[in-house]
Design a protein around this ligand. Sequence first.
Ligand code: KE4
Length: 428
Amino acid sequence: MLYKRSSELFREAQNVIPGGVNSPVRAFNAVGGTPIFAKSAKGAYVYDEDGNRFIDYINSWGPMLLGHAFPPVVDAVIERTKQGTSFGMPTALETEIAKLAVSMVPNVDKIRFVNSGTEACMSAVRLARGFTKKDKIIKFAGCYHGHSDSFLIAAGSGAVTFGTPNSPGVTQGTAKDTLLATYNDLENVKELVGANKNQIAAIIIEPVAGNMGCIPPKEGFLEGLRTICDANDILLIFDEVMTGFRLANGGVQELKNVDADIVCFGKVVGGGLPVGAFAARNEIMSHLAPEGPVYQAGTLSGNPLAMAAGLAMLKSIKTDKGLMNRLDEKTKYLHNGIADALDRNGVVYTINRIGSMISVHFAKDEVVDFESAAKGNNETFKKFFHGMLEKGIYIAPSAFETWFVTDALTYEDLNETIAAVDEIAKEL
Ligand code: KE4
């Protein structure tokens, strides 16, 4: 693969954008080499500035559940643009997508749209603190809820691969109110709650973790959190920025039949445009301005183009009754194919998968939390990543991320991916 043009663009970008990127994980620092500059994308494929085609398993880090340039989304955005791009006034379109989203997600009466997953999670925590009148939160090592100060404590995703899980600039005053728990470890959560009686406003969790690789909850873990929250007047916040509308129409609440108090969304809900959202029952959402005293705002929140894209996505997801099953089947096929290829070549690995989320870890023990995820062989991962890239397969440039399967992938694409793994495995 040639990356001449990407290399030139990267050099130029670094003169005017920190690190040459507008989000650190894109910089390839975790795997080395030059980041690929995208030129266009369609369906399951992304095309770079050098004319290379890649089968895409990043899909803008989750939004492209139905493939790039999904026609209903493209058409909706083009039509909406002709009517003006932003008003700073309420529109009927926002009510339409809000009603559709609320009809798809369990246990919520109202939803507030914002511009990113970070904003959604940040606002959800503020709302929980305002509602409970308590200050502390519990998050889990390796979970990533965006780059708001309260979350950059042992954060996953780019924060861990940049060695800044506790970012400079986050004050001790902020950090003291974020308690850190171990994913899939209920006893640890119970200890933290016991040691901070009547001080904890919320437990925020990725109900299926996707920012330390893909880590599903152990049997009973989410149910146990629900019980702890009910017994201690703590709100349970499901950060479904990654899982929402991807693992089921109703997300993990539906998939695992566990009720959250506040649910955060991003990615899929915007169809690739900047949209985040958070939702809850009336009792909680009535505390949010202008209905209640908890302030939250945004110039471009509910932007008509973003709402048009999101509405087209949610309509397509809701009406396609076979979608989630097709995604499950394709991801299972990919899992089995990759496992066979790695087994044939004697590679030590473990694969985590749930729905259309999958991650390959070069570790011998199962990956159930950040500590076990961190035991993966990163040198092997780097070779694997670049080998796949050379063969036209674009996976996440970090072992602490998840692959996202989209409905646009054909079984030919999956077979091409598996064949690439088989070739590369010989060199690992
Ligand atoms: P954004 O602010 O990046 O839209 O969303 C933050 C966020 C919140 N919660 C979860 C579960 C998330 O996965 C994310 C963002 N995910 C990363 C990928 N692991 C975004 C990629 C990036 O940082 O560029």
